[in-house]
Design a protein around this ligand. Sequence first.
Ligand SMILES: O=P(O)(O)OC[C@H]1O[C@H](OP(=O)(O)OP(=O)(O)O)[C@H](O)[C@@H]1O
Ligand SMILES: Nc1ncnc2[nH]cnc12
Length: 260
Amino acid sequence: MHFIPASQRPLQFHTQLCQCITMLSSSSSGAENTYSKLCSAVLLPRYNTPAAHMDLWSVPHTREKGWYLSLMAPNDKGPNYAWLDPSRLYCHQQALQDCIEDLLQPFRDDFIDLVAGIDAMGFILGAAIANYLGKGFLAIRKSGHLCVKTHSQPYVDYSGREKVMEVRTDAIKPGLRILLVDQWIETGGTMQAAIKLVEQEGGVVAGVAAICIEDSEGGLQVKAQYKCSDCVPEHLRIQFNSHYLHSFEAFPSQQENHEE
Ligand SMILES: O=P(O)(O)OC[C@H]1O[C@H](OP(=O)(O)OP(=O)(O)O)[C@H](O)[C@@H]1O
Ligand SMILES: Nc1ncnc2[nH]cnc12
């Protein structure tokens, strides 16, 4: 049986546990029946079932690089959105921690002065990484938010829309070694804009980290020019480049689409 440690038990778990205790104390049915109800309500599914792979409360026994990628949710809203939502994995404490450690593995012997995260979802991983490393965090923002002097850089991202990225003028000094972090690199347009903002100020891009750096033209350019890190094991890379993960099949919405 696989019990979750107390620190990882959600409120729902405790509610179910209370219901089960009430049920146990009042039940006149057979002990076996009660025991199986208790198991299905309280104990987690084993990690080799599809349900367990997307479960936000179970942890596999072996946590190989990228195990948590199956927690990411498929796009349910169509072509105006990114093809998946990686942020679901941040809901899982162990997944978030392992993701950060996997991303930092290639940089463990490198010197980093500052971590920069890209608006908006890059702030989550970027700030978590800065905290892990004991470094400061620089927010690289989409235009229209920073109320101080900024440098700006236009770019086009996966949506095909023209956007502008900004950074404050008083943080980057020549020679400062900056680790750039974003949630994802699809076309590479966003990261290339952030790189320009850092380098125009004389900053040094110490590395680039994202959950996935796709093998798009722009993604490959970034990988060729900078030390990069992502969480995708090589055997899964083909799924990421084709924008469909087998793990999506465990999500109820995908099963509904399949049945329609
Ligand atoms: O490689 P690209 O094609 O440029 O795309 C990557 C960017 O797009 C996503 O952010 P998005 O602007 O969708 O929004 P969010 O971070 O605010 O969710 C992602 O987090 C990257 O920042
Ligand atoms: N957050 C994201 N997830 C998946 N694909 C993306 N493409 C750009 N941003 C993305």
